[in-house]
Design a protein around this ligand. Sequence first.
Ligand code: ADP
Ligand code: MG
Length: 478
Amino acid sequence: MNTQWEVVIGLEIHAQLATKSKIFSGAATAYGAEPNTQACVISLGMPGVLPVLNEDAVRKAVVFGMAIEAEIAPYSVFARKNYFYPDLPKGYQISQFELPIVGNGHLDIEVDGETKRIGVTRAHLEEDAGKSLHENFHGSTGIDLNRAGTPLLEIVSEPDMRSAKEAVAYMRKIHDLVRYLKICDGNMQEGSFRCDANVSVRPKGQIEFGTRAEIKNINSFKFVEKAINHEVERQIEVIENGGRVVQETRLYDSDKDETRSMRSKEEANDYRYFPDPDLLPVFVSDELKAELKAALPELPEAKLLRFKTDYKLNDESATILTSSRDMADYFENVVKISGCESAICANWITGELSAALNRADLEISASPINTERFAGLVARIADDTISGKIGKQVFEFLWNGSESADEIIEAQGLRQITDTGAIEEIIDTILATNEKQAEQYRGGNEKMFGFFVGQVMKAMQGKGNPAEINKILKAKLA
Ligand code: ADP
Ligand code: MG
């Protein structure tokens, strides 16, 4: 058979909202505490307790809705989703079902130079469950309920994506956005941002969707791509061998790079949703919307455009520099403090600094070089006090110490030598000791020029002004 298959993907992204306390109680949400020390009676659903909605979670959900140009429901309702699982001992999860707080938004992604709009069906508030721990329990499973009750925003896309690459682009876009909005820390290792991927295939040209499988709990961009591609291959193989894809929930095993069946898929009616009798409906007033709208930060796309036009940056630099709000702020501060051209600031931030941050696995907010010290470096390169090459040495000192660029340049004697007298003296000595090479150059071997530049630079320990050296050498070798 040589049917052409089309892939259809919809993502359900879970973003933990960065509130200090849980969605229905005052218990802390901080990650990494001793197991079960933050598992309060409300998160556990003990008899007689009543949940109280955390207003900050509502505000963060509304902010997200505004950023994707969605409809904000003036009235939304919490519902109980009933199921039992060891990490959900109270037997139900408080979520939103029929009336979610955010509906009908969208987001544009770029793949292979093309822009594509992805629909966001809804984004609803819910509580996270606890966590099963499999390590260090010798064949048993430990349960840590600290996470129970942490606010989640579940962001459900339309089945609009047609490749793993598009799914990754969409997931990255949402990841950038929630961090820009500072509504989620985006930490994927800690599980603050994760997704379920719904995947199906259909013969090209067919209008109806194929039966989908849902791959649960993917917590990295790399895994989402691998898991989807893997699942697509599996489904095509099933169909081409005469079988049928069954609707089910599968788990991606990153060690084996395969998905395996967890359970057959529940339908909504399996959960026996009903409105939670302990919680009032959520009202979002026009005043609250106006307040949040006014405080909305500049969004990634607007910033990218502004960086390209105002700072005249190329696509690549502008994209790197607007990849996070902290990065963008860092760049703008360096430009402001140094008073230098945006191009040289951009070069040193996307080059030397980004490489060092990557090596050290640090975010720019944790950079050992603050904007003031970094601006000091750029300024001295721009005004020719030091060459770019020496700049890299100064950068190392800045990274490993606490002095300013000026202090380092003075202490290490790195100032560029532009004094023509001094350069001439050194050139004369070198020409005198390399007469043969000088003859070769004059005889037409132009490559010899590089040899002389190298010799002079070496004699001057890299501190000679390259333009001056070139000029004087040319004259003397003529
Ligand atoms: P459920 O409530 O069972 O999770 P939904 O209808 O809410 O199901 O859909 C969940 C996700 O699955 C959405 O992101 C949606 O876009 C996606 N989806 C629905 N049908 C398909 C399909 N046939 N193939 C791929 N994705 C799908
Ligand atoms: Mg679902």
